[in-house]
Ligand binder design. Structure first.
Ligand code: NAP
Length: 248
């Protein structure tokens, strides 16, 4: 079992914080001492999170935002700069599955939505907060990926392609910042008991899967100021880093 890092006084931005894995990461980071900036569209989910964080003595700022609003992502970076002048932790967790279907049956609007939410908004968020993470003494970025980025499973093409793209964004960013305190890593949470998993596998018994709280606890150490790894993939279930193949 991993130790919960001390995130006292750290500013953490978590996208997709209204439910599922992002909700639990936000809640656990606040419990570990971080001030959480919680982003999602569903205000009710954000308010539930806020209630839980406050009841436990923590602090959060709620940001109801559709991440396909790219200008909104830019403005969020500006607002964080004005209030705190830096960012310590980014968790780019928000994502959509799209549809499980043969590649030729995927509607254009579904494909474009998957790319907009999973890829373009992640890049836009990176661009917005990169200068703020560089101002932190120990900036940490955690990008949520998936095992299908590597298995390229039949019928999962849009989602799998989007997660492969997310990993390359993360690795490129890690390489650019290798000699700085900033550490950038991707995570495969593995099958987790959430709404997205139920959409993908409607026949599955969710009780057989780990809870988002269990998976979030395994992801939290990637935000630790003492973390050394960068540009790696973290397999959350097994709590181990995977090194990408070195370039030729
Ligand atoms: P989830 O329960 O469906 O939650 C997704 C989150 O993303 C929600 O908070 C949702 O908030 C947010 N989101 C979606 N579209 C958005 C938009 N346009 N703007 C702002 N926020 C948006 O999913 P999850 O299972 O917790 O997944 C979390 C991450 O883990 C995702 O990146 C997913 O791909 C990855 N993952 C999950 C599994 C799994 O088995 N669950 C496996 C591998 C990888 P709103 O709807 O309120 O906006």
């Amino acid at each position: 079992m991993t130790e919960t890092p001390n995130l006292s006084g750290r500013i953490a931005l978590v996208t997709g914080a209204s439910r599922g894995i992002g909700y639990q990461i936000a809640k656990q980071m606040a419990a570990a001492g971080a001030h959480v900036i919680a982003v999602a569209r569903t205000v009710g989910g954000l308010e539930d999170l806020d209630d839980e964080i406050k009841a436990a003595g923590g602090q959060a700022t709620l940001v109801p935002l559709d991440l396909t609003d790219m200008g909104g992502i830019d403005r969020l970076g500006g607002a964080i700069n004005e209030r705190w002048g830096k960012l310590d932790i980014l968790v780019a967790n928000a994502g959509v599955l799209g549809v499980i279907a043969p590649i030729g049956h995927v509607e254009a609007k579904v494909f474009e939505k998957v790319m907009a939410v999973n890829v373009t908004s992640t890049w836009r968020m990176i661009r917005s907060v990169d200068p703020l993470l560089r101002k932190s003494d120990a900036g940490r970025a955690i990008l949520l990926s998936s095992g299908v980025a590597h298995s390229a499973r039949a019928f999962w093409a849009p989602y799998a392609a989007s997660k492969a793209a997310v990993e390359v964004l993360g690795r490129s960013w890690a390489d650019e910042t290798r000699n700085m305190p900033l550490r950038v890593n991707c995570v495969n949470p593995g099958a987790t008991r959430t709404a997205m998993r139920a959409q993908a596998m409607p026949g599955e018994n969710p009780d057989t899967l780990p809870t988002p709280a269990e998976i979030a606890a395994k992801i939290l150490p990637l935000a630790s100021p003492t973390l050394r790894e960068t540009g790696m993939l973290f397999e959350a279930r097994e709590e181990r880093f995977v090194t990408y193949r070195d370039p030729e």
